[in-house]
Design a protein around this ligand. Structure first.
Ligand SMILES: *[C@@H]1O[C@H](CO)[C@@H](O)[C@H](O)[C@H]1NC(C)=O
Length: 363
């Protein structure tokens, strides 16, 4: 028998091994990336929608990298890191940039975006999907099937809701959350029908712990504005079941959800159980850049003499709303390869290499 195993046989064994490697997802992830949503994912679209002065295009935004680039951060944001982890050779450009090189994907998210309403100088999620539809012929169907579409949206809807309804009754609040999540679901279905197959979804942060929210309400120390946290939780609870039902209904629909809420919450508390307090962020309560009790207001604004911390990497928040580059990097790591308790039913890495056309096996 041994004698009959010639060179061909060896090649056969090697081929079999390499096929097995592919099936178990060992190949290099390479998906293009298409971020949708609000300022957390805006790669620089906002400046194409307004002629007004935008703080995020000026110092100290971009402080930790070469220059301000329209991102709401001291440097890179989560989609930038994800594109790197996904082995994309170039930075993902904002989709509204004329003549952008979209060979690694394109960003449709815009600062101040909402799901409902029609705010000015931004695009609602629905308008972002419409913009994608307009540009869709730039990519082949196969390219789009393999690309990962990521979402971070709803924060501005709930911040606005909470301003208009400081103490809503349970049914008003439930009704609003249902309106928002139904509208999101419609847009995901629209994208599926446009050929999108891989959905990566980042839930909402504990909005009541944003430095700007705490500052406006005079909440000190670890105190957060619980009504806003509650509505964010209520919203987040609907996301996984929604995506699961879409995956059951639509053939080849693949998804994963990052529990952003928990990721931020864990970093906010210093409960003494971690080896490194607050995951090595020395300040999780105040912003790096701004003015006020939480240093949370007005970063980069012309008539505000904002303070600026020396080391943004020590801060969870760069300004009153947005994470520092360092925090965004950690979030991207969790999304790409975190544990099951924070990203599931698979990591973004696994989603990238999950065979096209295959239904998710847990169904
Ligand atoms: C904010 O809420 C008000 C009241 O519900 C609504 O009229 C408005 O369109 C909302 N704005 C945004 C940007 O969602």
């Amino acid at each position: 028998m041994a004698k009959s195993c010639n060179l061909l046989c060896v090649v056969g064994v090697l081929l079999t091994l390499s096929v097995a490697g592919r099936v178990s997802g060992q190949q290099t992830p390479k998906s293009a990336l298409f971020p949708f949503g609000d300022s957390y994912y805006d790669l620089g679209n906002k400046k194409y929608l307004t002629t007004e002065f935008l703080p995020c295009t000026t110092w100290p935004y971009g402080k930790s990298t070469d220059r301000p680039n329209g991102r709401y951060s001291d440097g890179k944001i989560t989609p930038d890191f994800l594109a790197i982890f996904l082995n994309q050779p170039i930075t993902i450009p904002p989709a509204l940039q004329p003549d952008a090189d979209v060979s690694s994907g394109a960003g449709f998210a815009v600062g101040d975006a909402t799901v409902l309403g029609s705010p000015s100088a931004t695009l609602t999620l629905s308008q972002q999907v419409a913009e994608f539809e307009k540009q869709r012929s730039k990519w082949t169907a196969e390219f789009l099937q393999e690309a990962i579409f990521i979402f971070q949206i709803g924060t501005n809807d709930y911040l606005n809701f909470s301003k208009y309804y400081p103490s809503p009754d349970a049914s008003t609040q439930q009704g609003f959350v249902t309106m928002v999540t139904n509208a999101i679901e419609n847009e995901l279905v629209r994208l599926y029908k446009l050929g999108v197959r891989k959905f990566g979804y980042q839930t909402l942060a504990p909005l009541g712990c944003f430095p700007i929210v705490k500052q406006e309400l005079n909440l000190l120390g670890d105190d957060c504005y619980e009504p806003l946290n509650e509505i964010a939780k209520q919203h987040n609870e609907k996301i996984r079941p929604m995506l699961k039902s879409l995956a059951q209904k639509y053939s080849g629909f693949q998804y994963t959800v990052l529990d952003f809420y928990s990721a931020i919450s864990r970093r906010l508390v210093n409960d003494g159980t971690q080896i490194f307090n607050n995951y090595r962020f020395s300040n999780t309560i105040n912003s790096c850049c701004g003015i006020g009790t939480n240093n949370a207001f007005g970063c980069g604004r012309i008539n505000v003499h904002s303070n600026l911390c020396e080391y943004p990497r020590e801060y969870l928040f760069f300004d009153g709303f947005h994470n520092s580059q360092k925090a965004s990097e950690e979030i991207a790591h969790l999304f790409f390869s975190g544990n099951k308790d924070i990203v599931g039913p698979m990591t973004l890495r696994e989603l990238s290499v999950y065979p096209n056309g295959m239904n998710m096996l847990e169904y």
